[in-house]
Ligand binder design. Structure first.
Ligand code: MSP
Length: 596
């Protein structure tokens, strides 16, 4: 057993070639976990006898964001989605390691630092911090934040470079081509648009000639094909797999992994005149992030902390780096490849990718300030089917958020609590199980909850939101049909039935709060608190708790208070009257925030 694991771990020995064969080809999903444990080398290096039985971590990553400019809504989108997935996996009781961070080296960053009149490190500190602040405002709960200027990262990159060098996959050569600084990538002429412009950034690519170190990507063509054949789920959603297969089939060219002209980077080991290409540096951040601060910084140590990743979440523009370059680099270093790479679509404005380079961005701080984190998170995850592009419109934002969060969910809770206060002194008269006994309501809710779980598991975040909203619609329909307000007036059995109906709706709200908590964590906390639970009880909830029966007779509910305030918009008359004010920036506003 130990030999098998050591076999996978041996970095650059003669065993490494065999190790690579094993590491990049998980035979099936069912066998993958065992292989992954082997690949992570936990047992071979750990002195703990229990290491082999340690639970498999769920390692989820966002891209490491360039610090050429502060975050915009496009960059926030990946992180919001990742946070929702991480929260869902935590509800399933997985040991989640959610990694995000900033990509701080390279020409693009050096140029933006110079433009801001700061030395690169100072510039990086400021912008990296603006990411951290936005993540806090958006309720993002990451476990690790890696900066590629961290010392531990540099050590990991050096180790990795040495492994690839020892595999014989690095050589020196001249290169001449057209370079897009925004992509930090040499481009093929055939992919460029008019005037040699990059198709993503619409800026002219510049001719470059350099003496560089190259990575022998072409050697991995066959192995990459094999990886995708054996594990088509490696690239998701499935339509992106065809794209990746197409790139590989059309032939892989070696790529340069150093820059002679860029000072702001990690020096190439044994040749300090060159720095390591920013992608050959940044991708390693997914591994160096696993190290705890202050522990010995080495590639092996980081790998032992949880590599390989379960899921890399990225935008479609950086799919080639993650689904072609990265697995080949890992194979070369004798390491396991991640389980999956998911390439989502773009947030667009007027059909164009929203981005720092095009300058057509949407300010996430402004949206959060005006509408609150829940509204922003909900809108983008509900509105854009994860994997496709989606256009932003403020009108649609307000309509969706008001209809779903304020009306369907917020109003249902508020009016039910109002009725309970008026007729039952805010106290539940029945257990949820007894209240729903004999009816089909509970079965319907449970079926929808299972459906939502299935959607989350398959990263269909918009469908998960839709299904949870269906539960809310179902509750609204039920209360309208049963009309407990008039049953209370009739007294006797009717009033008893009405008291049961209120419990049914409140139990439904409890379930909605848990099921929606990966998307709208603060709103879910407010709902749960209104149902008489504490913050601590909210923090330890699991998906298991969506089972019908959490509310018990005697539980006292809080004073009804709106959990989500409608976003108020001006009427046409008001808009006309205040058109001048509007020009000065008067806007629709609500934070969607009401204290629990
Ligand atoms: N630094 C690299 C990633 C290195 S990962 C080892 C990078 N950074 S980036 O800041 O330019 O982009 C980060 C992510 O934001 C990418 O996944 C990109 O697709 C995403 N988005 C940037 N603009 C976007 C939209 N308009 N819409 C959705 N996502 C977009 O690439």
């Amino acid at each position: 057993m130990a030999a098998g694991r050591a076999f996978l771990c041996a970095p650059c020995s003669s065993l490494a070639a065999g190790a690579r064969r094993l590491a990049f080809a998980p035979p099936s999903r069912a066998l993958a976990p065992a292989l992954r444990r082997g690949g992570r080398c936990v047992a071979s290096v750990s002195s703990s006898p229990n290491a082999a039985s340690a639970p498999e971590p769920y390692v989820l990553t966002t891209p490491l964001y360039y610090v050429n400019a502060p975050p915009h809504m496009g960059s926030a989108y990946t992180t919001i989605a990742a946070d929702a997935i991480a929260r869902f996996q935590r509800l399933l009781e997985k040991q989640v390691i959610f990694i995000t961070g900033t990509d701080e080296h390279g020409e693009k960053i050096a140029t933006s630092a110079e433009a801001s009149g700061r030395i690169p490190k100072e510039h990086c500190d400021t912008i990296s911090n603006s990411y951290k602040m936005l993540w806090a405002d958006l309720d993002i709960e990451y476990d690790k934040f890696i900066r590629t200027t961290d010392r531990k990262h540099e050590a990991v990159v050096n180790d990795f470079y040495s492994r690839v060098l020892n595999s014989g996959d690095i050589y020196r050569a001249d290169y001449e081509g057209l370079y897009c600084v925004s992509c930090e990538e040499y481009k093929d002429e055939k992919e460029l648009v008019e005037n040699n412009c990059c198709p993503v950034h619409l800026k002219p690519c510049v001719p470059r000639k350099e003496d560089n170190y190259f990575f022998a990507l072409s050697k991995y063509q066959h192995k990459l094909e094999e990886l995708l054949t054996r594990n088509p789920d490696f690239v998701r959603p499935s339509h992106r797999l065809n794209e990746v297969q197409g790139w590989i089939k059309s032939g892989l060219r070696d790529f340069s992994i150093s820059r002679a002209s860029v000072e702001w980077g990690i020096p190439v080991p044994n040749d300090t005149k060159q720095t390591i290409y920013v992608w050959f540096d940044a991708l390693l951040g997914y591994i160096s992030a696993l190290l705890d601060d202050g522990e010995q910084a080495s590639l092996q140590q980081a790998v032992d902390r949880g590599w390989p990743a379960s899921l890399h979440l990225i935008g479609k523009d950086i799919l080639r780096f993650h689904a072609v370059y990265w697995p080949a680099m890992l194979m070369s270093a004798g390491m396991s490849v991640p389980d999956a790479v998911f390439g989502h679509g773009f947030l667009t404005k007027d059909g164009m990718k929203m981005g720092k380079s095009l300058g057509n961005t949407l300010e996430p701080n402004d949206l959060v300030e005006r509408f609150g984190a829940d509204a922003v998170r909900y809108f983008f995850l509900r509105e854009v089917e994860f994997g496709n592009d989606g256009d932003y419109s403020e009108e649609r934002f307000i309509n969706i958020v008001n209809a779903h969060l304020a009306n369907t969910i917020g109003n249902l809770l508020n009016r039910t609590l109002g009725l309970l206060k008026k007729n039952c002194r805010s106290t539940l008269a029945f257990d949820a199980i007894a209240a729903a006994d004999g009816g089909s309501f509970r079965d319907n809710v449970e079926n929808l909850v299972n459906k939502a779980k299935h959607h989350y598991e398959n990263l269909l975040l918009s469908s998960a939101c839709e299904t949870i909203l269906e539960i809310g619609n179902f509750g609204n329909l039920y209360i309208d049909e049963q009309a407990p307000w008039s049953c209370f007036k009739q007294g006797g059995e009717s009033a008893e039935k009405a008291a049961k109906d209120l419990v049914i709706i409140l139990e439904t709200m409890r379930i909605i709060a848990i099921a929606l908590s990966p998307i709208t964590p603060s709103l879910s906390l407010r709902i749960h608190t209104q149902l008489g639970f504490t913050k601590d009880q909210f923090r330890v909830l699991r998906w298991e708790d969506t089972k019908w029966g959490g509310l018990k007779a005697g539980q006292v509910m809080m004073e009804p208070k709106p959990v989500f305030a409608r976003i108020e918009t001006e009427t046409e008359d008001e808009a006309q009257a205040s058109s001048k004010a509007t020009k000065r920036g008067k806007k629709a506003c609500s934070k969607g925030l009401v204290e629990a």
